[in-house]
Design a protein around this ligand. Structure first.
Ligand SMILES: Cc1cc2nc3c(=O)[nH]c(=O)nc-3n(C[C@H](O)[C@H](O)[C@H](O)COP(=O)(O)OP(=O)(O)OC[C@H]3O[C@@H](n4cnc5c(N)ncnc54)[C@H](O)[C@@H]3O)c2cc1C
Length: 272
């Protein structure tokens, strides 16, 4: 890929790439299918992390009991992508590298503090997921760089995550706005750590540290949740289009973040 003089594209599930090729939005000189690279279809759990190969279809994530137990929010986000047919092909690495602000798995991955393993002409490195996407359709990946896996860190006990999106239909639609929350509880179920990320409200998925700060040190009392929602609203700079106005997206992002935080909190508490 690095040696190709024209446009080189990597093909994972192809559920974005083939649509763009068929629509004649892109005309690649080279397409490289990664699905048969050794290890690319594996989910590996070690003492310190989960590593999800870049070729693992989203449908497979939900069958991995250990992954569902530790990262239910990441799995539910990945499994909202498309339909059964799309699920059989699409990947979370492809969802990330396609760089849509509305990508469903990305807020959950940011909230989870996920890293992308990037291999390319410069060697191998781990990059925080929030550093991969630089704008709508653009990434920080260099020529010949490929993401080989998405890594999720070891889960402390009493942790939970959740992802919610708003769409006008029940499925097969692009998020009008979305929220991913991951948190860890300390003694007496007080939130010790939290990460909050929003989708479809800015040119990239955004982390909202202020929203996380609003719930750390609390048991998610109403006041803390209202502060979290306000911080989310303040972090929104969405577009106005036929799918949702600026006002609607800003309001609903806060509502979704509140609800996702409550679900993540319940999941964490049940692990106690
Ligand atoms: C009918 C339909 C419904 C959809 N519904 C949703 C939805 O609800 N939510 C949602 O978020 N998306 C949706 N999508 C978009 C798409 O399915 C997802 O973005 C999917 O996760 C893309 O993964 P993929 O493996 O198919 O990527 P591909 O199409 O293979 O690749 C996407 C882009 O990323 C690059 N790429 C892929 N893998 C890597 C890698 N490992 N390293 C570097 N670059 C890479 C490719 O070169 C390409 O530019 C839908 C698409 C369709 C056709």
């Amino acid at each position: 890929m690095a040696g190709e003089k024209g446009n080189a594209y990597l093909l994972a599930g192809g559920t974005d790439l083939l649509v763009r090729m068929r629509g004649e939005f892109i005309d690649p000189d080279l397409v490289v299918d990664i699905k048969r690279l050794p290890g690319i279809q594996e989910i590996r759990k070690t003492a310190s992390r989960f590593s999800i190969g870049a070729g693992v279809p989203c449908a497979v994530l939900g069958r991995n009991k250990a992954l569902v137990r530790d990262w239910p929010g990441v799995v539910e986000a990945a499994q909202l992508i498309g339909s059964d047919q799309i699920q059989g092909r699409c990947t979370i690495a492809g969802n990330l590298c396609n760089a849509s602000p509305a990508a469903d798995s990305v807020p959950a991955l940011l909230a989870a503090r996920a890293k992308a393993v990037v291999v390319g002409p410069g060697g191998r490195r781990q990059v925080a997921v929030e550093k991969i996407v630089t704008g709508p359709g653009t990434t920080s990946l260099g020529k010949g760089d490929i993401v080989t896996a998405i890594v999720l860190p070891k889960r402390p006990s009493k942790s939970g995550d959740a992802y919610l999106r708003f769409i006008p239909r029940t499925e097969m639609d692009i998020a009008v706005c979305s929220a991913g929350v991951s948190l860890t509880l300390g003694p007496r179920n007080v939130v010790k750590q939290a990460r909050v990320a929003l989708g479809a409200v800015a040119p990239t998925v955004v982390l909202v540290p202020e929203a996380a700060r609003a719930i750390v040190g609390t048991r998610l009392e109403d006041e803390a949740l209202m502060k979290l929602a306000a911080a989310c609203g303040a972090a929104c700079s969405p577009i106005d289009d036929k799918r949702g106005t600026v006002e609607f997206r800003t309001e609903v992002a806060g509502v979704l973040a509140r609800r996702a935080a409550a679900i993540a909190y319940d999941r964490a508490r049940r692990k106690a």
